[in-house]
Design a protein around this ligand. Structure first.
Ligand code: ATP
Length: 457
Protein backbone atom coordinates (compact mmCIF):
# COMPACT_ATOMS: atom_id res chain seq x y z
CA UNK A 1 0.00 0.00 0.00
CA UNK A 2 1.36 3.38 -1.03
CA UNK A 3 1.39 6.78 0.70
CA UNK A 4 -0.18 9.59 -1.26
CA UNK A 5 -0.28 13.34 -0.67
CA UNK A 6 -3.53 15.26 -0.98
CA UNK A 7 -2.09 16.95 -4.07
CA UNK A 8 -1.49 13.51 -5.62
CA UNK A 9 -5.13 12.59 -4.99
CA UNK A 10 -6.51 15.74 -6.63
CA UNK A 11 -4.03 15.33 -9.49
CA UNK A 12 -5.80 12.02 -10.24
CA UNK A 13 -2.79 9.89 -9.33
CA UNK A 14 -4.91 7.49 -7.27
CA UNK A 15 -7.38 4.98 -8.73
CA UNK A 16 -10.94 4.80 -7.43
CA UNK A 17 -11.24 2.19 -4.64
CA UNK A 18 -7.46 2.05 -4.31
CA UNK A 19 -6.34 1.52 -0.71
CA UNK A 20 -3.91 4.26 0.31
CA UNK A 21 -2.31 5.97 3.29
CA UNK A 22 -2.45 9.74 3.85
CA UNK A 23 -0.56 11.74 6.48
CA UNK A 24 -1.76 15.16 7.62
CA UNK A 25 -3.47 17.37 10.18
CA UNK A 26 -7.13 17.92 11.01
CA UNK A 27 -8.56 21.16 9.65
CA UNK A 28 -12.04 20.50 11.05
CA UNK A 29 -14.33 17.66 12.10
CA UNK A 30 -18.08 17.22 12.01
CA UNK A 31 -19.87 14.35 13.79
CA UNK A 32 -23.27 13.24 12.52
CA UNK A 33 -26.01 11.90 14.76
CA UNK A 34 -25.74 8.57 12.93
CA UNK A 35 -22.27 8.01 14.39
CA UNK A 36 -20.14 9.07 11.44
CA UNK A 37 -17.34 11.62 11.64
CA UNK A 38 -16.31 13.71 8.64
CA UNK A 39 -12.71 14.81 9.07
CA UNK A 40 -11.21 17.44 6.82
CA UNK A 41 -7.49 16.77 6.48
CA UNK A 42 -4.78 19.07 5.15
CA UNK A 43 -1.16 18.23 4.44
CA UNK A 44 0.02 21.52 2.90
CA UNK A 45 0.84 19.97 -0.47
CA UNK A 46 -2.04 21.94 -1.92
CA UNK A 47 -4.76 24.28 -0.65
CA UNK A 48 -7.46 21.62 -0.80
CA UNK A 49 -8.42 19.41 2.09
CA UNK A 50 -9.39 15.75 1.87
CA UNK A 51 -12.59 14.68 3.54
CA UNK A 52 -12.03 11.38 5.36
CA UNK A 53 -15.07 9.50 6.63
CA UNK A 54 -14.80 7.58 9.91
CA UNK A 55 -17.59 5.23 10.98
CA UNK A 56 -18.32 4.39 14.60
CA UNK A 57 -17.31 0.74 14.11
CA UNK A 58 -13.61 1.72 13.94
CA UNK A 59 -11.93 0.31 17.04
CA UNK A 60 -10.64 3.68 18.35
CA UNK A 61 -13.74 5.69 17.34
CA UNK A 62 -15.03 6.48 20.85
CA UNK A 63 -11.66 6.62 22.53
CA UNK A 64 -9.77 8.77 20.02
CA UNK A 65 -11.49 9.75 16.77
CA UNK A 66 -14.45 11.49 18.38
CA UNK A 67 -12.00 13.57 20.43
CA UNK A 68 -9.97 14.85 17.46
CA UNK A 69 -9.79 18.64 17.20
CA UNK A 70 -8.40 21.10 14.70
CA UNK A 71 -4.60 20.79 14.47
CA UNK A 72 -4.22 17.14 15.55
CA UNK A 73 -1.87 15.11 13.37
CA UNK A 74 -2.80 11.68 12.03
CA UNK A 75 -2.31 9.01 9.42
CA UNK A 76 -5.34 7.48 7.76
CA UNK A 77 -5.61 4.31 5.70
CA UNK A 78 -8.63 3.85 3.49
CA UNK A 79 -10.20 3.64 0.04
CA UNK A 80 -10.58 6.58 -2.28
CA UNK A 81 -14.11 7.03 -3.62
CA UNK A 82 -15.92 9.73 -5.59
CA UNK A 83 -17.45 12.27 -3.22
CA UNK A 84 -21.10 13.16 -3.24
CA UNK A 85 -20.20 16.71 -2.19
CA UNK A 86 -20.02 19.23 -4.99
CA UNK A 87 -17.01 21.11 -3.65
CA UNK A 88 -14.68 18.12 -3.83
CA UNK A 89 -14.10 15.29 -6.24
CA UNK A 90 -12.81 12.60 -3.89
CA UNK A 91 -13.13 11.42 -0.32
CA UNK A 92 -11.52 8.68 1.73
CA UNK A 93 -13.42 5.89 3.50
CA UNK A 94 -11.32 5.21 6.56
CA UNK A 95 -10.29 1.64 7.39
CA UNK A 96 -7.77 2.65 10.03
CA UNK A 97 -6.95 5.96 11.70
CA UNK A 98 -3.86 6.42 13.83
CA UNK A 99 -3.53 9.58 15.89
CA UNK A 100 0.04 10.91 15.76
CA UNK A 101 -0.20 14.04 17.88
CA UNK A 102 -3.05 15.50 19.90
CA UNK A 103 -3.63 19.15 20.75
CA UNK A 104 -2.79 19.49 24.44
CA UNK A 105 -5.46 21.98 25.31
CA UNK A 106 -7.75 22.67 22.33
CA UNK A 107 -9.20 25.82 23.94
CA UNK A 108 -5.71 27.30 24.05
CA UNK A 109 -4.67 26.32 20.50
CA UNK A 110 -3.61 29.75 19.15
CA UNK A 111 -5.02 29.20 15.69
CA UNK A 112 -8.30 27.51 16.44
CA UNK A 113 -10.86 27.64 13.64
CA UNK A 114 -12.32 31.02 14.60
CA UNK A 115 -11.36 34.11 12.60
CA UNK A 116 -8.13 35.82 13.66
CA UNK A 117 -6.69 39.18 12.64
CA UNK A 118 -3.44 39.27 10.68
CA UNK A 119 -1.86 41.22 13.50
CA UNK A 120 -2.72 38.47 15.99
CA UNK A 121 -1.40 35.78 13.63
CA UNK A 122 1.98 37.56 13.31
CA UNK A 123 2.71 36.51 16.89
CA UNK A 124 2.25 32.90 15.82
CA UNK A 125 4.25 32.82 12.59
CA UNK A 126 5.28 29.24 13.45
CA UNK A 127 1.62 28.18 13.39
CA UNK A 128 -0.08 30.64 11.02
CA UNK A 129 1.26 28.71 8.03
CA UNK A 130 -1.33 26.05 8.92
CA UNK A 131 -4.09 28.42 7.78
CA UNK A 132 -5.28 28.32 4.19
CA UNK A 133 -4.26 31.94 3.69
CA UNK A 134 -0.60 31.38 4.60
CA UNK A 135 -0.55 28.07 2.74
CA UNK A 136 -1.61 29.97 -0.41
CA UNK A 137 1.01 32.68 0.20
CA UNK A 138 3.73 30.02 0.66
CA UNK A 139 2.78 28.30 -2.58
CA UNK A 140 2.77 31.56 -4.57
CA UNK A 141 6.10 32.61 -2.99
CA UNK A 142 7.63 29.32 -4.09
CA UNK A 143 6.40 29.59 -7.69
CA UNK A 144 7.43 33.24 -7.94
CA UNK A 145 10.91 32.35 -6.69
CA UNK A 146 11.39 29.54 -9.20
CA UNK A 147 9.86 31.58 -12.05
CA UNK A 148 12.37 34.36 -11.41
CA UNK A 149 15.22 31.84 -11.46
CA UNK A 150 13.83 30.22 -14.61
CA UNK A 151 13.64 33.52 -16.46
CA UNK A 152 17.23 34.34 -15.63
CA UNK A 153 18.46 30.84 -16.39
CA UNK A 154 16.75 30.89 -19.79
CA UNK A 155 18.34 34.25 -20.53
CA UNK A 156 21.76 32.78 -19.73
CA UNK A 157 22.37 34.66 -16.47
CA UNK A 158 24.78 33.16 -13.93
CA UNK A 159 23.74 33.11 -10.28
CA UNK A 160 26.30 34.54 -7.84
CA UNK A 161 25.78 34.39 -4.07
CA UNK A 162 27.31 37.65 -2.85
CA UNK A 163 28.55 38.17 0.74
CA UNK A 164 26.01 38.48 3.53
CA UNK A 165 28.58 39.68 6.05
CA UNK A 166 30.46 42.59 4.56
CA UNK A 167 32.51 45.65 5.42
CA UNK A 168 30.94 47.66 2.60
CA UNK A 169 28.12 50.13 2.82
CA UNK A 170 26.71 49.86 -0.69
CA UNK A 171 23.99 52.44 -0.38
CA UNK A 172 26.19 54.89 1.52
CA UNK A 173 23.51 55.25 4.19
CA UNK A 174 23.69 54.46 7.88
CA UNK A 175 20.93 51.87 7.83
CA UNK A 176 23.08 48.80 8.52
CA UNK A 177 23.17 46.15 11.22
CA UNK A 178 26.61 45.61 12.73
CA UNK A 179 27.95 42.10 13.11
CA UNK A 180 29.94 41.25 16.23
CA UNK A 181 31.48 37.98 17.19
CA UNK A 182 30.86 36.53 20.61
CA UNK A 183 34.51 35.59 20.66
CA UNK A 184 36.33 38.74 19.71
CA UNK A 185 39.92 37.48 19.68
CA UNK A 186 39.06 34.62 17.43
CA UNK A 187 37.00 36.92 15.20
CA UNK A 188 39.96 39.26 14.81
CA UNK A 189 42.09 36.39 13.61
CA UNK A 190 39.44 35.24 11.16
CA UNK A 191 38.36 38.59 9.78
CA UNK A 192 39.79 39.46 6.36
CA UNK A 193 38.46 42.94 6.83
CA UNK A 194 40.57 43.49 9.94
CA UNK A 195 42.98 46.08 8.60
CA UNK A 196 40.83 47.62 5.96
CA UNK A 197 37.62 48.07 7.88
CA UNK A 198 38.88 48.29 11.44
CA UNK A 199 36.91 45.16 12.21
CA UNK A 200 33.62 46.81 11.39
CA UNK A 201 31.41 44.29 9.70
CA UNK A 202 27.79 44.59 8.73
CA UNK A 203 24.91 42.59 7.36
CA UNK A 204 24.61 43.42 3.69
CA UNK A 205 22.17 46.08 2.44
CA UNK A 206 22.85 45.04 -1.15
CA UNK A 207 25.18 42.68 -2.96
CA UNK A 208 25.44 44.95 -5.96
CA UNK A 209 29.05 46.09 -5.73
CA UNK A 210 30.49 42.60 -5.52
CA UNK A 211 28.00 41.46 -8.15
CA UNK A 212 29.41 44.10 -10.50
CA UNK A 213 32.80 42.37 -10.38
CA UNK A 214 31.21 39.16 -11.65
CA UNK A 215 29.26 41.04 -14.34
CA UNK A 216 32.58 42.40 -15.58
CA UNK A 217 33.74 38.88 -16.30
CA UNK A 218 30.60 36.80 -16.91
CA UNK A 219 28.51 39.58 -18.54
CA UNK A 220 25.07 38.55 -17.18
CA UNK A 221 24.76 37.75 -13.49
CA UNK A 222 22.33 37.88 -10.59
CA UNK A 223 22.22 37.54 -6.85
CA UNK A 224 19.12 36.44 -4.95
CA UNK A 225 19.39 36.43 -1.20
CA UNK A 226 18.66 38.01 2.17
CA UNK A 227 19.22 41.72 2.67
CA UNK A 228 19.13 43.75 5.89
CA UNK A 229 18.20 47.37 6.55
CA UNK A 230 18.14 48.85 10.01
CA UNK A 231 16.16 51.92 8.91
CA UNK A 232 13.44 52.71 11.40
CA UNK A 233 10.62 52.67 8.85
CA UNK A 234 7.58 51.41 10.64
CA UNK A 235 5.51 51.13 7.46
CA UNK A 236 3.54 48.44 5.70
CA UNK A 237 6.28 48.29 3.03
CA UNK A 238 9.48 47.95 5.05
CA UNK A 239 11.10 44.99 6.75
CA UNK A 240 14.45 44.82 8.52
CA UNK A 241 15.20 41.53 6.77
CA UNK A 242 13.97 40.90 3.25
CA UNK A 243 15.06 39.10 0.10
CA UNK A 244 16.36 40.99 -2.86
CA UNK A 245 17.01 39.98 -6.43
CA UNK A 246 19.84 41.93 -8.01
CA UNK A 247 20.61 41.72 -11.70
CA UNK A 248 23.75 43.13 -13.31
CA UNK A 249 24.60 43.24 -17.00
CA UNK A 250 27.80 44.33 -18.71
CA UNK A 251 27.54 46.45 -21.87
CA UNK A 252 23.99 47.57 -20.93
CA UNK A 253 23.02 51.23 -20.67
CA UNK A 254 20.00 52.61 -18.81
CA UNK A 255 17.68 52.13 -21.78
CA UNK A 256 18.56 48.45 -22.06
CA UNK A 257 18.18 47.76 -18.34
CA UNK A 258 14.77 49.47 -18.34
CA UNK A 259 13.74 47.20 -21.21
CA UNK A 260 15.03 44.11 -19.41
CA UNK A 261 13.13 45.10 -16.24
CA UNK A 262 9.90 45.36 -18.21
CA UNK A 263 10.19 42.00 -19.95
CA UNK A 264 11.27 40.44 -16.66
CA UNK A 265 8.20 41.76 -14.81
CA UNK A 266 5.87 40.69 -17.60
CA UNK A 267 7.34 37.19 -17.83
CA UNK A 268 7.28 36.41 -14.11
CA UNK A 269 3.77 37.76 -13.79
CA UNK A 270 2.39 35.76 -16.69
CA UNK A 271 3.98 32.50 -15.54
CA UNK A 272 3.21 32.87 -11.85
CA UNK A 273 -0.40 33.81 -12.58
CA UNK A 274 -0.80 30.78 -14.79
CA UNK A 275 0.75 28.35 -12.30
CA UNK A 276 -0.93 29.78 -9.19
CA UNK A 277 -4.35 30.65 -10.54
CA UNK A 278 -6.07 28.39 -7.99
CA UNK A 279 -4.33 30.03 -4.99
CA UNK A 280 -4.73 33.55 -6.38
CA UNK A 281 -8.45 32.99 -7.04
CA UNK A 282 -8.80 31.77 -3.45
CA UNK A 283 -7.10 34.93 -2.11
CA UNK A 284 -9.22 37.11 -4.36
CA UNK A 285 -12.44 35.40 -3.22
CA UNK A 286 -11.80 35.68 0.50
CA UNK A 287 -9.21 38.38 1.17
CA UNK A 288 -8.41 40.98 -1.45
CA UNK A 289 -10.12 42.35 -4.54
CA UNK A 290 -8.62 42.90 -8.01
CA UNK A 291 -5.46 40.80 -7.65
CA UNK A 292 -5.99 39.17 -11.04
CA UNK A 293 -6.89 42.47 -12.71
CA UNK A 294 -3.74 44.09 -11.30
CA UNK A 295 -1.57 41.21 -12.48
CA UNK A 296 -3.11 41.27 -15.95
CA UNK A 297 -2.40 45.01 -16.06
CA UNK A 298 1.24 44.29 -15.36
CA UNK A 299 1.30 41.87 -18.29
CA UNK A 300 -0.79 43.76 -20.80
CA UNK A 301 -0.48 47.49 -20.14
CA UNK A 302 2.31 49.68 -21.45
CA UNK A 303 4.24 51.08 -18.50
CA UNK A 304 4.33 54.85 -18.26
CA UNK A 305 7.89 56.15 -18.56
CA UNK A 306 8.62 59.62 -17.27
CA UNK A 307 11.72 61.67 -16.47
CA UNK A 308 12.00 62.77 -12.84
CA UNK A 309 12.05 66.44 -13.94
CA UNK A 310 8.78 65.98 -15.88
CA UNK A 311 7.20 64.20 -12.93
CA UNK A 312 8.02 67.20 -10.74
CA UNK A 313 6.33 69.49 -13.28
CA UNK A 314 3.32 67.18 -13.46
CA UNK A 315 2.96 66.99 -9.67
CA UNK A 316 2.92 70.79 -9.49
CA UNK A 317 0.27 70.95 -12.21
CA UNK A 318 -1.76 68.45 -10.17
CA UNK A 319 -1.51 70.77 -7.18
CA UNK A 320 1.18 68.82 -5.28
CA UNK A 321 3.89 71.30 -4.47
CA UNK A 322 7.40 69.89 -4.93
CA UNK A 323 10.72 71.31 -6.18
CA UNK A 324 13.40 69.72 -8.33
CA UNK A 325 15.81 67.85 -6.05
CA UNK A 326 13.21 66.84 -3.48
CA UNK A 327 12.26 63.23 -2.81
CA UNK A 328 8.75 62.35 -3.96
CA UNK A 329 6.70 61.82 -0.81
CA UNK A 330 4.69 58.69 -0.21
CA UNK A 331 1.46 60.64 -0.56
CA UNK A 332 2.58 62.19 -3.88
CA UNK A 333 3.76 58.81 -5.13
CA UNK A 334 0.45 57.18 -4.24
CA UNK A 335 -1.51 59.95 -5.91
CA UNK A 336 0.38 59.84 -9.16
CA UNK A 337 0.60 56.02 -9.43
CA UNK A 338 -2.76 54.94 -8.02
CA UNK A 339 -4.99 57.82 -9.09
CA UNK A 340 -3.40 59.67 -11.98
CA UNK A 341 -1.76 57.02 -14.16
CA UNK A 342 -3.31 53.85 -12.66
CA UNK A 343 -0.50 51.93 -14.36
CA UNK A 344 3.01 50.76 -13.54
CA UNK A 345 5.22 53.83 -13.62
CA UNK A 346 8.92 54.08 -14.50
CA UNK A 347 10.63 57.25 -13.28
CA UNK A 348 14.04 57.93 -14.80
CA UNK A 349 17.05 60.17 -14.25
CA UNK A 350 16.77 61.30 -10.64
CA UNK A 351 18.90 64.17 -9.31
CA UNK A 352 22.30 63.09 -8.03
CA UNK A 353 21.57 64.15 -4.48
CA UNK A 354 18.78 61.57 -4.15
CA UNK A 355 20.73 58.56 -5.32
CA UNK A 356 23.70 56.38 -4.37
CA UNK A 357 27.32 57.15 -5.30
CA UNK A 358 27.67 54.32 -7.83
CA UNK A 359 25.08 55.67 -10.29
CA UNK A 360 26.43 57.14 -13.51
CA UNK A 361 26.46 60.93 -13.89
CA UNK A 362 24.41 62.12 -16.83
CA UNK A 363 25.93 64.71 -19.23
CA UNK A 364 23.77 67.42 -17.57
CA UNK A 365 25.91 66.87 -14.42
CA UNK A 366 22.77 67.24 -12.31
CA UNK A 367 21.05 63.89 -12.69
CA UNK A 368 22.16 60.24 -12.67
CA UNK A 369 21.19 57.46 -15.08
CA UNK A 370 18.71 55.84 -12.70
CA UNK A 371 15.20 54.43 -12.67
CA UNK A 372 12.58 53.31 -10.17
CA UNK A 373 9.51 51.26 -11.01
CA UNK A 374 6.34 51.89 -9.00
CA UNK A 375 3.32 49.58 -8.98
CA UNK A 376 -0.20 50.67 -8.07
CA UNK A 377 -0.86 50.19 -4.33
CA UNK A 378 2.60 48.74 -3.66
CA UNK A 379 4.85 51.68 -4.47
CA UNK A 380 8.48 51.31 -5.42
CA UNK A 381 9.25 47.71 -6.19
CA UNK A 382 12.33 47.95 -8.38
CA UNK A 383 15.27 50.34 -8.50
CA UNK A 384 18.04 50.34 -11.07
CA UNK A 385 20.73 52.38 -12.74
CA UNK A 386 23.64 52.53 -15.09
CA UNK A 387 26.78 52.31 -12.96
CA UNK A 388 29.58 54.89 -13.00
CA UNK A 389 32.34 53.18 -14.99
CA UNK A 390 34.74 56.18 -15.22
CA UNK A 391 37.39 56.04 -12.50
CA UNK A 392 37.94 59.79 -12.18
CA UNK A 393 34.26 60.54 -11.75
CA UNK A 394 33.81 57.59 -9.39
CA UNK A 395 36.65 58.89 -7.21
CA UNK A 396 35.01 62.32 -7.04
CA UNK A 397 31.76 60.74 -6.01
CA UNK A 398 33.35 58.60 -3.31
CA UNK A 399 34.83 61.80 -1.90
CA UNK A 400 31.51 63.64 -2.02
CA UNK A 401 29.76 60.77 -0.26
CA UNK A 402 32.49 60.64 2.38
CA UNK A 403 33.37 57.07 1.44
CA UNK A 404 37.09 56.35 1.76
CA UNK A 405 38.80 55.42 -1.52
CA UNK A 406 40.86 52.75 0.27
CA UNK A 407 37.78 50.79 1.29
CA UNK A 408 36.65 50.59 -2.30
CA UNK A 409 40.06 49.66 -3.74
CA UNK A 410 38.83 46.55 -5.49
CA UNK A 411 35.72 48.34 -6.79
CA UNK A 412 38.04 50.97 -8.28
CA UNK A 413 40.16 48.17 -9.79
CA UNK A 414 37.17 47.25 -11.92
CA UNK A 415 37.38 50.73 -13.45
CA UNK A 416 41.13 50.43 -13.95
CA UNK A 417 41.21 47.07 -15.67
CA UNK A 418 39.08 46.93 -18.77
CA UNK A 419 36.18 49.07 -17.64
CA UNK A 420 32.92 48.88 -19.60
CA UNK A 421 29.49 50.41 -19.25
CA UNK A 422 27.16 48.24 -17.18
CA UNK A 423 23.78 48.47 -15.51
CA UNK A 424 21.55 46.61 -13.14
CA UNK A 425 18.49 46.60 -10.96
CA UNK A 426 17.33 45.38 -7.57
CA UNK A 427 13.88 44.20 -6.69
CA UNK A 428 12.41 43.55 -3.26
CA UNK A 429 10.98 40.04 -3.26
CA UNK A 430 8.42 40.51 -0.46
CA UNK A 431 7.08 43.74 -2.02
CA UNK A 432 6.65 41.88 -5.27
CA UNK A 433 4.90 39.05 -3.44
CA UNK A 434 2.46 41.59 -1.94
CA UNK A 435 1.45 42.50 -5.48
CA UNK A 436 0.87 38.85 -6.41
CA UNK A 437 -1.20 38.08 -3.34
CA UNK A 438 -3.03 41.30 -2.47
CA UNK A 439 -1.25 41.34 0.91
CA UNK A 440 -1.69 44.74 2.50
CA UNK A 441 1.15 44.56 5.03
CA UNK A 442 4.59 43.28 4.00
CA UNK A 443 4.88 41.52 7.38
CA UNK A 444 2.49 38.92 6.01
CA UNK A 445 4.68 38.32 2.96
CA UNK A 446 7.68 37.19 5.01
CA UNK A 447 7.50 33.78 6.75
CA UNK A 448 9.11 35.19 9.91
CA UNK A 449 8.83 38.97 9.58
CA UNK A 450 11.44 41.15 11.24
CA UNK A 451 11.07 44.85 11.79
CA UNK A 452 12.96 47.00 14.26
CA UNK A 453 10.05 47.13 16.65
CA UNK A 454 8.69 43.61 16.37
CA UNK A 455 11.07 40.70 16.49
CA UNK A 456 9.54 37.42 17.61
CA UNK A 457 11.87 34.86 16.04
P1 ATP B 1 12.20 52.71 -0.25
O1 ATP B 1 12.45 54.13 -0.74
O2 ATP B 1 10.86 52.18 -0.62
O3 ATP B 1 12.53 52.52 1.19
P2 ATP B 1 14.80 52.12 -1.30
O4 ATP B 1 14.94 53.27 -2.26
O5 ATP B 1 15.53 52.15 -0.02
O6 ATP B 1 13.22 51.80 -1.05
P3 ATP B 1 16.50 50.34 -2.81
O7 ATP B 1 17.65 50.62 -1.94
O8 ATP B 1 16.50 50.85 -4.21
O9 ATP B 1 15.14 50.79 -2.09
O10 ATP B 1 16.24 48.75 -2.80
C1 ATP B 1 15.77 47.99 -3.93
C2 ATP B 1 14.41 47.37 -3.67
O11 ATP B 1 14.38 46.67 -2.44
C3 ATP B 1 13.29 48.40 -3.54
O12 ATP B 1 12.80 48.77 -4.79
C4 ATP B 1 12.25 47.62 -2.73
O13 ATP B 1 11.49 46.77 -3.57
C5 ATP B 1 13.09 46.76 -1.83
N1 ATP B 1 13.23 47.31 -0.48
C6 ATP B 1 14.00 48.33 -0.07
N2 ATP B 1 13.93 48.52 1.25
C7 ATP B 1 13.08 47.58 1.71
C8 ATP B 1 12.61 47.23 3.01
N3 ATP B 1 13.03 47.86 4.11
N4 ATP B 1 11.73 46.18 3.13
C9 ATP B 1 11.34 45.49 2.03
N5 ATP B 1 11.76 45.77 0.77
C10 ATP B 1 12.62 46.80 0.60
Amino acid sequence: MKNFSIKDIYSNKVKINEKIKVYGWVRSKRDSKKGISFIDIFDGTCLLTLQAVAKSNLENYEKEIIKLTSGCSLVVTGNIIFSRRQEQKYELLIIKLKVLGLINNPDKYPISLKKHTFEYLRKFAHLRVRTKFFCAISKIRNVLFSTINNFLYKKNFTWVPTPIITGLNTEGSGAMFSVFSSNNDKAKKLSNFKNIFKNKNFLTVSGQLTLESYALALSKVYNFGPTFRSEDSNTKRHLSEFWMLEVEVAFFNLKKIVHLSKIFLKYITEHTLEKCIFEIEFLEKYFSKNIIKNLKNLINLDYVEIEYKDLIKLLNVLGKSISFGEDISLEQEKYVVNKHFCKPLIVKNFPKNLKAFYMRDNPDNVTVASMDIFLPNIGEVLGGSQREERLKILDNKLKKFNLGKDKYWWYRDLRKYGTVIHSGFGIGFERLLCYFTGIDNIRDASPFPKTLRKFYY
